[in-house]
Design a protein around this ligand. Structure first.
Ligand code: ARG
Length: 290
């Protein structure tokens, strides 16, 4: 075998760069929100789960929160339920909620758990209904419209997570429960922030299909590596951050307000982006702090 000594030394340097981060994050909880296009391609999913397993193996306590991505729509199609929208929000009637729960808690959740379990760690699948983990009330938009079983989080009962996360990787579907045991669809970014706040997570990672926040919306080279909440608010006010990016950055701001030290937006479609973000100095995404 031919080998390049410089390349080998470079590899050692990468390991050395990782060491202070490994020791800083050992024993800490890191919540990872996973969803959207980062879950379409099996190879991508595999590298993401390898990273999550690696975190656990070096002593970090990862908690995974996932949404549905395009799979919910696919299944609604298969059972011939027409998606309904009211002022841009999905209307989740009883039949739709049934499918949402089947896809999230039955299919995606179990697939993620199985994959992690093949990677040298033990994962446990939950949704917000298990031990009343995510308690919600019905969400009513400002317009007052009835959009069905869409939940607004009122409490996170995290005792179960704290008990589990020493040894296991909790994998949580973003479904909530109300006092009467009804199921609700919950925004997965919001759920991840609320869970991170409840367990006093060190970090929250939003895995998405964009590299992070950009200085100029349409210029991929203008990625912002680090930003504070104040700076984000300025960018929203000036219109520099707009459109589809606003809910994402609002979720970051909310999570920081809940006491999470940093929220990192990372492109999940870049192989091993979690390891690169957490264990290198420069990271690959955008790091948001207070
Ligand atoms: N690895 C360090 C951490 O996770 C630094 C990450 C920096 N990331 C960035 N996008 N600037 O705390």
């Amino acid at each position: 075998m031919k080998f390049d000594m410089n390349e080998i030394i470079e590899r050692a340097n990468i390991l050395v760069e990782a060491l202070p981060y490994i020791s800083a994050f050992t024993g800490k909880t890191i919540v990872i929100k996973y969803g959207g296009n980062a879950m379409n391609d099996p190879e991508t999913v595999r590298t993401i789960m390898q990273d999550v397993a690696a975190l656990k193996i070096v002593g970090v306590k990862p908690i995974l929160v996932h949404g549905g991505g395009p799979e919910i729509n696919g299944m609604l199609n298969r059972v011939h339920i027409e998606p309904q929208f009211s002022a841009g929000l999905r209307v989740t009637d009883e039949k739709t909620m049934e499918i949402v729960q089947m896809v999230l808690a039955g299919k995606i959740n179990k697939n993620v758990v199985s994959l992690l379990n093949t990677l040298g760690v033990r994962a446990v699948g939950l949704c917000g209904k298990d031990a009343n983990l995510i308690e919600v009330k019905k969400y009513v938009p400002e317009s007052g419209a009835d959009i069905g079983f869409v939940g607004e989080i009122v409490a996170v009962n995290d005792a179960l997570l704290t008990a589990l996360s020493d040894d296991y990787i909790p994998v949580i579907s973003s479904i909530g429960t109300d006092k009467n045991g009804n199921s609700y669809n919950v925004n997965a970014d919001t759920a991840a922030g609320a869970i991170g706040g409840a367990v006093k997570a060190e970090k929250l990672i939003f895995l998405t299909d964009i590299d992070g926040i950009r200085k100029k919306e349409n210029d991929p080279k203008s990625l912002i590596s680090r930003i504070t909440v104040k700076e984000i608010e300025k960018m929203i006010a000036s219109g520099a951050i707009g459109g589809g990016m606003i809910p994402k950055v609002r979720s970051c701001i909310d999570a920081i307000a809940k006491g999470i030290k940093s929220v990192q937006i990372v492109n999940g479609t870049i192989p091993h982006s979690i390891l690169l973000e957490l264990f290198t100095d420069s990271g690959v995404g955008t790091m948001v702090t207070a």
